[in-house]
Design a protein around this ligand. Sequence first.
Ligand code: MLC
Ligand code: AMP
Length: 472
Amino acid sequence: MSYGHRLLSSLDPLAVAAGADIPDAVTIDGVVLSRSDLLGAATSVAERVARAERVAVLARPTPATVLAVIGCLIAGVTVVPVPPDSGPAELDHMLADSGAQAWLGEAPEGTSLPVVPVRLHARSWHTYPEPDPGAPAFVLYTSGTTGAPKGVVLSRRALAAGLDALADAWSWTAADVLVHGLPLFHVHGLILGLLGPLRVGSPLVHTGRPTPANYAATPGTMYFGVPTVWTRIAEDPAAAKELAAARLLISGSAPLPVPVFERLAELTGHRPVERYGMSETMITLSARADGERRPGWVGIPVHGVETRLRDETGQPVPHDGSGIGGLQVRGPMLFDGYYGRPEATAECWTEDGWFRTGDVAAIDADGFHRIVGRESVDLIKSGGYRIGAGEVETSLLGHPAVAEVAVVGLADPDLGQRIVAFVVPRGVAPAEKELIDHVAGELSVHKRPREIRFVNSLPRNAMGKVQKTQLG
Ligand code: MLC
Ligand code: AMP
């Protein structure tokens, strides 16, 4: 693989000095930034934050977010991307847990942290030494089955390895133009969707929101989407047909339903490329641009990744296409651990150094992987967002009219899973909307239940534990 124009050894995100400028390196929120705009403005950001260790970025899809992230990468400062619709309790948790010292760019109202501005028109051409490849680039907050979200620490080295493996799998080059409208606070939109194009040298057009109309109106060679995005495009034939000129349509973050795969292929002439990953591992499995794309399967390990299956007792499960087991992975793009949580970190690794994904999978004799589901019912994927049932339950239990609650993800044709809360009311049941708004006010809006079902009691086993598999 060669990136002749790339100047980075570990993760300098910009290739400006080594090659020609790219006039439209990043287009976002209606602003077009050339590669030299990005380098000059982000270096000026770097100068303002260089003495910090970790800063929080309210990650709206704006030029300021892009410059904040690149500026931190240049200066070797760790970024804590914060979802812009985070609720107050989530914000407090992410800031306290990560120890972020300041907001870089926009800040939420009433914050007690210092705010360092990002100036779009400032320029600096100072050069910084390449930071240590093992230094943490991001602490990304992601939900677990219980408790508050944990901070996933991703090093510069892991990002570089993860992105290079994808460039290889997808034959991604500077001749591509990437289009997507995904949020800039998760692996998918931020790392693959922003740092990927910068590293490869291909322009990015961010569409603000990932709607069928926005994708149809934006010419490109590669389109990224979560399955909900592709489901909506498959239901909009006129929009889907506009994507026929693309090179690759790429889906990930949740299972792409087989009928959606087939409908997209019919409407666009492209069999979508599915890939699988996690915040903790980046992308470990993918169909290849030059290989088979099989509906319902997520492809083969990307460069540098090994996988295996284990049953509940830790015994190997054969890779015969039908045996299913817990998927374990290892590779150079894995995280360093959960920030400040050595025990939670240790729990997810086997003694012999493999990461337990928590997903259940089958692997066939050709090395193709099928994700069958998750080991825990308490980790929900809705619209491609990962949501811990426990967080939503804790929020609902804080409402005076809720006596008991169990939150589950039920199959949904649009969102993959929709969050449903089974509530035993205290006295008269409140309005469904009141409880939904209560969660949307305390947590990120995508964590709100889409439906509340009032029940007299929850199914429990002899130990008193709620039997969630009986709900639905
Ligand atoms: C609705 N809204 C409310 C509300 N109800 N606001 C407040 N209170 C309420 N009760 C508002 C929202 O704020 C939003 O406003 C609008 O309604 C629609 O919100 P939504 O219903 O949540 O949007 P929806 O259409 O359902 O979103 C679908 C989606 C989204 C696909 C666009 O789910 C999405 O962006 N998903 C991407 C997730 C992702 O990137 N995951 C990657 C994880 S990394 P407004 O103003 O905003 O419209 C990973 C690794 C890997 O998994 O493998 O990639
Ligand atoms: P997150 O941490 O938000 O990155 O979520 C990671 C989880 O998303 C994984 O553990 C899987 O359960 C799920 N996931 C990601 N990509 C896929 C895919 N292509 N197919 C099925 N599940 C996926």
